[in-house]
Design a protein around this ligand. Sequence first.
Ligand code: MN
Length: 233
Amino acid sequence: MNATSFVIPALPQPSIAVAGETKSFPVRRIWCVGRNYIEHIREMGNDERALPFFFAKHADMLEPDGATIPYPPLTKDLHHEVELVVAMKSGGLNIPADKALGHVYGYGVGIDLTRRDLQQASRKKERPWEIGKSFDHSAPCGALQPASKIGHPAKGRIWLSVNGTERQKGDLTELIWSVPEIIEKLSEQVALGAGDIIMTGTPAGVAALSPGDKIECGVDGVGTLKVAIGKPA
Ligand code: MN
């Protein structure tokens, strides 16, 4: 199919930069894991024994390293959630955990920006989470590091600071469900595919952001990401 096949102009392909490469990683779907670090489950008052679950953002909600993100509409409680990002080069249904890492292209650092007030209101009403999680500019993601260069990180500090003050810290060893287990479980629900990315959950310390805030975050051995919060759109 070429561009003349469409009744409006063809849309741009969302993508994420790759460290040290001129070519970028094309993104198909963004999956996110809810509740995957015990301290964050406790700070949110949720059941520690409940299984993690998945929700989605759209690929065009990505923002690159260095972006200024407009403070989103409808919320008074925008929260940061720093997360390890897994980028898939292939996929399928029912991927066993022991085969999962063979489908991973690489890793990055992302922020699952969350309109916490709207997320909690929708939870109380037993409505879906889209309004709290899936909004414009809600998925900043730094450059990916290929697994061929850095391997498959299973430990390493994960942290986030706002205006130079550390707010979130944890370690990949604290993930309740490991990356292979996440891929196994998510691929029971949907066929994963090349270009899918998975945000793997956040450690404790989530808190509110304001216009003008400067966020820096990282995962040791993977990379860093810096974004700023701007005025409302
Ligand atoms: Mn999250």
